[in-house]
Design a binder for this molecule. Structure first.
Ligand SMILES: Cc1cc2nc3c(=O)[nH]c(=O)nc-3n(C[C@H](O)[C@H](O)[C@H](O)COP(=O)(O)OP(=O)(O)OC[C@H]3O[C@@H](n4cnc5c(N)ncnc54)[C@H](O)[C@@H]3O)c2cc1C
Length: 420
């Protein structure tokens, strides 16, 4: 039987960043797909460049960004100041909603400000926030919650927000205190965790290729999936062979990894949404000066759209459109595409534009539902797996909400630990 010290599952950002950081080359990366990249793949069609979904990058660690750039040759990397809006019943306001309520119609503005003020200063303002939905009501008041935060997040997560933890979105949730909100009415400061972003001319895959350049191609096995793991004897079964391993580092979705090991776990606590992404290329330009727009209205199919053409400065409208589904929902791609095109027309994104190219992908899982039960069960089972030399990493191995930079940081820290 073949043997390897480190068996890595998945050639996405996490798996490749782990391989690139290992102290020895005694490793093998297994990838079920025919290509590397995971969710950071890029599709090129009829002159359009699209990702699996809008993937834009904001690095907090200059050393990581420099390491990537040094491996990207003469690839042009655009640095873009984000222009992001919300469509509130046909009226466009700046993102984030809670800091721009003064841009709403007057009565909506009064309702939002009034409810916000009394949510923050009322009798039960100090009461603990019990879940994500409760947090939205308590911090922002009924009107902000019901005009944007709740309908938008319900469309995205495709679940009852009361089942999610207060911190389900972690640092990605744009919090704002009362002072920020009032100050923003006169001096706009809509900076968020990603107020500028970088984007390679060749799409998100260019960052993946940069990481892969530090990995030996002969140590990546494409089109070969891990099927089961005998954790007691350290033997992995793939779709093609059995492999004796020293340790496993897996970026596969956690519930699937747990099932592959046969360890007892409560699989029902792990829930998630699916996102159907349409990439749509049209024959001519659409709106300018906008990168992405959020749509909270329940009668609009999509929750967000993004304009690649305004990032690339190109002359044909190139959109990604995201539609959220519950994990067990049946996704009818064709029917949804027709609804999306009708809704794009209705909300004024296209008029007589002609669709000249399109692509779609279902990201499943896309956003995991972070709940107290899933967090506790993940921690318990991941510790048991670690004790048996199986390490779960990445957005889906960690069952979390994170960026590709977080994936690289985590992979490097894990690999460094193996070197000690
Ligand atoms: C809608 C959406 C938008 C996003 N936007 C951004 C963004 O703008 N900026 C940003 O930084 N991040 C963004 N992200 C997050 C980013 O996509 C992830 O952090 C990153 O791609 C995760 O990489 P990964 O390697 O951990 O997992 P993945 O990309 O999921 O890779 C895992 C790999 O494992 C393989 N695999 C799974 N099971 C097996 C098996 N049994 N055997 C072998 N191989 C297997 C899969 O085929 C896959 O290639 C977004 C995510 C989503 C869902």
């Amino acid at each position: 039987m073949e043997s390897v010290q480190t068996l890595i599952v998945g050639a996405g950002v996490s798996g490749l960043a782990t391989a690139a950081a290992l102290p020895t080359d005694d490793y093998l990366v297994l990838e079920a797909d025919r290509e590397i990249g995971g969710y950071c793949k890029t599709v090129k069609r009829d002159g359009f460049v699209w990702d699996y979904s809008g993937h834009f990058f904001h690095f907090k660690h200059p050393d990581i960004e420099a390491w990537l750039r040094a491996r990207m040759g003469d690839q042009e990397i655009r640095v873009v100041a984000k222009k992001t809006f919300i469509d509130v019943a046909g009226r466009t306001i700046d993102f984030p909603f809670q800091k721009n309520i003064h841009q709403l119609a007057q009565q909506d503005f009064i309702d939002c400000l009034y409810d916000l003020y009394f949510a923050r200063t009322g009798g039960d303002a100090q009461a603990p926030e019990t879940n994500f939905k409760d947090m939205l009501y308590r911090r922002f008041g009924r009107s902000i919650a019901e005009m944007f935060l709740i309908p938008y997040n319900e469309k995205l997560y495709a679940c009852d927000l009361a089942t999610l933890d207060r911190d389900a979105m972690g640092r990605f949730f744009p919090h704002a205190d009362l002072t920020d909100i009032v100050r923003n009415m006169k001096a706009a400061d809509n900076a968020s965790y990603n107020s500028t972003f970088t984007y390679p001319a060749g799409g998100a895959i260019e960052y993946v290729k940069a990481i892969a350049s530090a990995v030996a191609p002969s140590r990546i096995a494409l089109d070969e999936a891990l099927v089961s793991i005998d954790v007691d004897n350290h033997v992995a079964q793939t779709t093609k062979r059995s492999i004796q391993y020293g340790r496993i580092v897996s970026s596969a979705p956690f519930p699937r990894l747990a099932a592959m090991t046969g360890l007892p776990h409560d699989r029902d606590v792990f829930t998630w949404n699916k996102v159907l992404v349409f990439n749509l290329g049209f024959d001519r330009k659409g709106k300018r000066d906008v990168h992405w727009v959020y749509y909270p209205a329940r009668d609009v199919t999509f929750y967000r759209i993004g304009y690649y053409d305004n990032i690339f400065d190109t002359d044909r409208l190139s959109l990604y459109v995201e539609v959220g589904f519950a994990k067990d929902a049946v996704v009818d791609v064709e029917a949804t595409r027709l609804k999306v095109l009708a809704d794009l027309k209705r909300v004024g994104v296209i008029d007589d534009h002609r669709l000249v190219a399109h692509h779609s992908v279902v990201m499943d899982p896309a956003y995991v539902h972070i709940t107290q039960r899933s967090t506790a069960e993940h921690a318990r089972v991941a510790a048991e797996l670690r004790a048996r030399d199986v390490h779960a990493i990445g957005r889906y191995g960690g069952w979390t909400y994170c960026s590709i930079e977080d994936n690289i940081v985590e992979a490097r820290a894990l690999a460094a630990g193996f070197g000690r």
